[in-house]
Design a protein around this ligand. Sequence first.
Ligand code: 6GU
Length: 250
Amino acid sequence: MRLDVVTIFPEYLEPLNVSLVGKARTRGQLDVRVHDLREWTHDRHHTVDDTPYGGGPGMVMKPEPWGEALDAVIGSATEQDEAGPALIVPTPSGRPFTQALAVELSQRPWLIFAPARYEGIDRRVMDEYGERLDVYEVSIGDYVLAGGEAAVLVITEAVARLLPGVLGNADSHRDDSFAPGAMASLLEGPVYTKPPEWRGRAIPDVLVSGHHGKIARWRRDEAFRRTASHRPDLIERCDPSSLDKGDRAI
Ligand code: 6GU
């Protein structure tokens, strides 16, 4: 997969050199290219923003640098990129970023991220590229960040771990909280490892009982309890047929 990020803070994307995403890059599974938006400005001050039409607080990102930058990135396609890119615009006014959207994006060969600072990007940029490619305006949650760069890191990590061969064990994401169909989309319950006792705290006996049926039932109950406590909305909108007799007993 190819990822391009156009930003006024290229150094904000340094974490893409580390951990899972960094390793995927070294292995050649991810081709990440970070670009400085100011390279596509032509004035002495490398201006990327201006005051909003209609008045109001804050500044809006000017369309011209974005247009030149996106044309250059899209125009750098080689034979490998024949499928064409999707444009991801992180914004608090976007559609929610979910595991289902992470799966959809992980199936695309090329993503271009356009994270904004200030009050956002001039609307005409999204309208213009929306006529040529799929544009996803995406929010990572109901809170406001100072810019979209942190959202790029979040979306990239969620997408990269779904790429074939990036996670050591392909089964690792089958039971993820929010995986479609997994555990009826319950949150994951507690996990334990050695030693069997730590600071006077023992692990639950059932986990060393060797009884696989009882272990599965216990895990399901813990997941159900945690979901009911932290995310009752997930249980209210789940498919009732995904709940079993044991769940209903809780
Ligand atoms: Cl994607 N950007 C900004 N600036 N704030 C956000 C966000 C994105 N998602 C939630 N809050």
